[in-house]
Write a protein that binds this ligand. Structure first.
Ligand code: HPA
Length: 273
């Protein structure tokens, strides 16, 4: 069996051979937030399907690609589309792109997602800076042999969403007069949305937003010594907050409505990184 670190290096080499400039900032765009990729200039697009060892999408019409380019004069690697645990990928497949980005030399990561509002002070359309997370997936991408080249067996997670990077995000939002809420993100596996009882539990445990992604990638990024900024787009109130059913249509609609604000904020953050 080919070792995981060899698979990572092979993927990294393929990408490197297709790039002129190696980026120093990585970005993952969540559901409905992919439009940010259009803002990049000097683009070089690489479909995930062309990268050796990248997880194979089994879902019809599911596209995923890296956009390498420039935003605010910074070289960025943008993931348009991520691998979700609920799609059936293993945790190692979910975080494989993080390891590849780190192998490329990327040390700063911006992760974004669509999330449900658990904090009842939030409203759909809010942007939330993630200041910490609760891993409720019952899984961890680092289980198994440790990738010593990337990091230690027992990585520290006490500054998982780097406080200095959070300061940059807060400064960017203040300068732009864009309201940025702040709070704790709890990850569930999905794909079913949560029940009202689960959301009540999440609130008691200290969560402000809930979603089905991000935490695995952030764990892998921290292990590999990357500085992380996390931003949730609150696309809906979580189950039981309002007297109405949840739907993916609402998630996509709200993400689309906030995209201008979201793009402005992220571009301003990149500029200050
Ligand atoms: N729950 C879980 N994931 C989500 C939600 C939610 O309410 N909204 C967007 N992603």
């Amino acid at each position: 069996m080919v070792k995981l670190n060899e698979m990572i290096i092979e993927a990294k080499k393929y990408i490197e051979s297709n790039l002129v400039d190696i980026p120093d900032i990585g970005m993952i765009l969540g559901s409905g937030l992919g439009v940010l990729g259009d803002e990049a200039t000097n683009k070089n697009v690489i479909d995930y399907s062309n990268i050796p060892n990248f997880p194979v999408s089994t879902i019809e019409g599911h596209k995923g690609r890296f956009i390498f380019g420039e935003i605010a004069n910074r070289k960025v690697a943008i993931m348009q589309g991520r691998f979700h645990y609920y799609e059936g990928y293993s945790m190692k497949e979910v975080v494989f792109p993080i390891w590849v980005m780190r192998a490329l030399g990327i040390k700063k990561l911006i992760v974004t997602n669509a999330a449900g509002g658990v904090n009842t002070d939030f409203v759909p359309g809010d942007l939330m800076l993630i200041n910490d997370h609760i891993n409720f997936m019952g899984q961890n991408p680092l289980i198994g042999s440790n990738l010593h080249d990337f990091g230690t067996r027992f990585p520290d997670m006490s500054n998982a969403y780097s406080s200095s990077m959070r300061d940059i995000a807060k400064k960017a939002s203040a300068d732009l007069n864009i309201q940025l809420k702040e709070g704790v993100y709890v990850s569930m596996t999905g794909p079913a949305y949560e029940t009202p009882a689960e959301i009540k539990m999440a609130r008691i445990l200290g969560a402000d937003a809930v979603g089905m992604s991000t935490v695995p990638e952030v764990i892998a990024a921290n292990h590999a010594g990357m500085d992380v900024i996390g931003i949730s787009c609150i696309t809906n109130m979580a189950a039981g907050v309002l007297d109405k059913p949840l739907s993916h249509d609402e998630v996509i609609r709200t993400a689309d409505e906030v995209k201008d604000k979201f793009i402005k904020l992220v571009m301003a953050i990149i500029k200050r990184m």
